[in-house]
Design a protein around this ligand. Structure first.
Ligand code: IMP
Ligand code: MG
Length: 186
């Protein structure tokens, strides 16, 4: 059976253009470089949503740093997490006594991140902060301090720049909201 690409079913409404995203990432990289100068931080992306952001962000940073990745599964629907989180892929580096920055694409309910932070905290880093490109503040269910936020957005489900709907759309260089495609007028 041929799978119908989601692109056939939805229209994209651009929320943040590629230019807006890139200049924000560049500003955030500069700020992180200042804050972590001389600290040799470890930036940890939460896969898969944080991967695209991390890869651009580190190239906007002019200081020595390390990167690592972790992967969690969150049981829920394609568009919302249940908070029932499991670690699929652990970090490889030893972060004890290190300055750690968790890099996320979007923080929604905050349930996934709360789990991730507890896991990382148990490894006794010297400091632990969060850097997210998008903050869906109106959806937050648990309070989490976010040290670095690119854009505050509303409740809309967004895709692109690493974020998916059912694994599609991660490769868009901009952030968009999906809207059901209206039937063509005859
Ligand atoms: P949270 O646990 O509700 O904060 O959401 C955790 C994960 O759900 C994020 O890391 C994303 O992978 C995914 N997610 C939440 N909101 C969106 C969205 O608007 N678009 C795409 N993925 C999202
Ligand atoms: Mg997803």
């Amino acid at each position: 059976m041929t799978q119908i690409p989601r692109k056939e079913l939805f229209d994209e409404r651009v929320l943040l253009s590629e230019k807006q995203v890139q200049s924000c990432v560049s500003r955030m990289g500069t700020r992180l470089s200042k804050d972590y100068d001389g600290k040799f931080p470890v930036l940890i992306a939460v896969l898969k949503g944080g991967a695209v952001f991390l890869i651009d962000l580190i190239r906007a940073m002019g200081i020595p740093l390390e990167i690592d990745f972790m992967s969690v599964s969150s049981y829920g629907s394609a568009t919302s997490s249940s908070g029932d989180v499991k670690i699929i892929h652990e970090i490889r580096s030893n972060i004890r006594g290190r300055d750690v920055v968790v890099v996320e694409g979007v923080v929604d309910t905050g349930l996934t991140l709360r789990y991730v932070l507890n896991y990382l905290r148990s490894k006794e880093p010297r400091s632990l902060e969060v850097c997210t490109l998008l903050d869906k503040e109106p959806c937050r269910q648990v309070e989490i301090p976010l040290a670095y936020v690119g854009f505050k957005i509303g409740r809309d489900f967004v895709v692109g720049y690493g974020l998916d709907y059912d694994e599609e759309y991660r490769n868009l260089p901009y952030v968009a909201v999906l809207e059901a495609r209206k039937p063509k007028e005859k």
